[in-house]
Design a protein around this ligand. Sequence first.
Ligand SMILES: Nc1nc2c(ncn2[C@@H]2O[C@H](COP(=O)(O)OP(=O)(O)O)[C@@H](O)[C@H]2O)c(=O)[nH]1
Ligand SMILES: [Mg+2]
Length: 204
Amino acid sequence: MGSGGCDVDGSPHPAPLSVKILVAGGFGAGKTTLVSSLTEVRLLHTEEGLSAPGAHVDLTDGVSDKTTTTVAMDFGRITIRNDLVVYLFGTPGQKRFWFMWDELAIGAVGAVVLADTRRLADSFPAVDYFERRGTPFILAVNCFDEARRLPVAIVRSALSLNPDVPVILCDARQRVSCRDALVTLVGHAIRLLGAGSGAVSSAR
Ligand SMILES: Nc1nc2c(ncn2[C@@H]2O[C@H](COP(=O)(O)OP(=O)(O)O)[C@@H](O)[C@H]2O)c(=O)[nH]1
Ligand SMILES: [Mg+2]
């Protein structure tokens, strides 16, 4: 991504290194909120009001105050340095958009899978997808005010997570908390690469 440019003395400088990170998880887990908390550009997304015809597919049990749904995907950008830019892609949660995941996953460093303890199972398809694909991911439990706090061990076991998958608590509304989630993911991806486990295949 990016076409490079020139320094003041006219010498060309390389395009910034771009790092792609996916944000996944069930409907209402906080994907749009996390991307909004971090992005420096106006969040590009398509939110639609939940409609009566969509009620049978966009199940809102446990997220009664949610009135919109992301029908395409969230996109955000964070410039870390002049030469390093992070692009965030919120994967569409609903099953009918899963066909987009394979495209989105190409070249991704990894994924933050968000989970709501009231609807843990909704995050399982994302966990399963990244596990099967060999894409590094972490599980970030989004701490909704009204939701039960579950011990990490219970979350880990409910989602059948491998012991090496980091599980963290986060608040998708808080920028610092979201940043910590990305740092945990990048550290995890680097560890996997360093281990040369062959488990990392997101560049396909
Ligand atoms: N209390 C609380 N509410 C949150 C948090 N994250 C998201 N929300 C709210 O939960 C709802 C669903 O979040 P959203 O980001 O749209 O979920 P998405 O479907 O995964 O994109 C929205 O009304 C958010 O404002 C959080 O950490 N705490
Ligand atoms: Mg959304």
